[in-house]
Design a binder for this molecule. Structure first.
Ligand code: ATP
Ligand code: MG
Length: 287
C-alpha cells in the first residue's frame, strides 16, 4: 500500500490561498456594525472557515470589549513599530482570530491616508492560511472608513429603519462609489421588527441608490431582528451566537453567515489599495 502523502504546510515558496475580505460599515453610529462583525466572524468560524476579524474602529475600538477579551497588544503597538502583526493576533470564540485596536488613542483616529494604506499592506506579511477576513469599521465617512472599505472585496452596509440611518447609508454608498470605485454593496437590515420590515428597508435604500447614484449594485443579505437576547449578550460580553444560539438574532446572523460563505470572489484585484493583494496576484486566479 502506498504511504500517505505528508500534510503540506505553506512555506515561503508555496503561495498562500487568496482571502475573501469583507468590510462592515454603515455610516451612522450605533446601528450594529460591531455586533454584526463579531457574530458573523464566529458563525463563519463555526462553519469551518478560517476567519480573522480586524477591529478597524481605530479611535474607539470595542471588538475586544464585546467579547470580553483583554489583549496585551493592539494595532496601536503595531503602527508604532513595537511589535509585528502576529504579536497582536488573539484567538476568540470558535478559533476566530482577532486583531484588536486600542481605544482612546487619538492619534490612531487621526492617521493620514498613507498610514491607512500602510496598515492595509501590513497584512501582506501574515503567513497564515485564511479563508475570510472581516473588517469592523468606525461610524462616519472618514478616510479611514473609506480606505478599509475600498481595500476589501466586498462592503457590507448595516442599516436600521430610521431616517438618519438610511440617509447616512446612502451618503456613504455614494462617496464609496464616486470616490473609491466601489460598485457593489451587500446590505444587512438590523434591529427590524420582522422579515418584511427588513425587506422594505432594503428596497427603500436600493431605490434611492439606483435613482441618485446609478453605478452601484446592491444585494440584500438579510435582516437581524431587534432582539433583547442580543442586548443581554452585549452586557455579558459574549457574542449572541454563543450566549443565546437559539435566539432570533443569533439564528438570523448564522443564516447571513451561511449566505456570505457561499459568495463568489470578484474576478481580479482592482488595482488600488487592497488587502492581501499579493496573495491574489501570486495565485493568479480567484478562490
Ligand atoms: N439586533 C439588535 N437587537 C437589539 N439590540 C441591538 C441589535 N443590534 C445592536 N444592538 C444594540 O445596539 C448597540 C450598538 O451596537 P454596535 O456596537 O454593534 O453598533 P456599532 O454600529 O458598531 O456602533 P459604533 O458606531 O459605536 O461602532 C449594542 O450594544 C446593542 O445593545
Ligand atoms: Mg462599532
Amino acid at each position: 500500500m502506498p504511504s500517505p502523502e505528508p500534510v503540506q504546510m505553506p512555506t515561503p515558496s508555496m503561495p498562500l490561498k487568496p482571502v475573501r475580505t469583507l468590510a462592515v460599515t454603515g455610516g451612522k453610529g450605533g446601528v450594529g456594525k460591531s455586533s454584526v462583525s463579531v457574530n458573523l466572524g464566529i458563525a463563519l468560524a463555526d462553519l469551518g472557515r478560517r476567519a480573522l476579524l480586524l477591529d478597524a474602529d481605530l479611535g474607539l475600538a470595542n471588538v475586544d470589549v464585546l467579547l470580553g477579551l483583554s489583549p496585551r497588544r493592539t494595532l496601536a503597538d503595531l503602527v508604532a513599530g513595537r511589535c509585528g502583526l502576529e504579536d497582536v493576533l488573539v484567538e476568540g470564540p470558535g478559533g476566530l482570530l482577532i486583531v484588536p485596536a486600542a481605544s482612546g488613542r487619538r492619534h490612531m483616529a487621526e492617521l493620514r491616508p498613507a498610514e491607512h494604506a500602510g496598515l492595509v499592506h501590513m497584512f501582506d506579511e501574515l503567513q497564515r492560511e485564511l479563508d475570510v477576513m472581516l473588517i469592523d469599521t468606525a461610524a462616519g465617512i472618514t478616510d479611514s472608513v473609506l480606505t478599509f472599505c475600498q481595500a476589501a472585496q466586498d462592503t457590507l452596509v448595516v442599516v436600521c429603519d430610521e431616517p438618519a440611518s438610511i440617509t447616512d447609508a446612502y451618503a456613504l454608498i455614494k462617496v464609496l462609489c464616486r470616490e473609491r470605485g466601489v460598485d457593489r454593496v451587500q446590505v444587512v437590515a438590523n434591529m427590524v421588527r420582522g422579515a418584511s420590515e427588513g425587506r422594505a428597508l432594503y428596497d427603500k435604500l436600493a431605490r434611492v441608490c439606483e435613482r441618485f447614484i446609478g453605478d452601484v449594485s446592491l444585494n440584500y443579505l438579510g435582516a437581524v431582528p431587534q432582539c433583547d437576547w442580543l442586548r443581554m449578550s452585549v452586557q455579558r460580553q459574549q457574542a449572541v451566537v454563543r450566549a443565546y444560539p437559539g435566539s432570533p438574532s443569533a439564528r438570523a446572523l448564522v443564516e447571513i453567515a451561511r449566505r456570505a460563505a457561499r459568495w463568489q470572489a470578484p474576478p481580479a484585484p482592482r488595482g488600488h489599495v487592497e488587502f492581501f493583494v499579493e496573495r491574489m496576484l501570486r495565485q493568479g486566479a480567484p478562490a
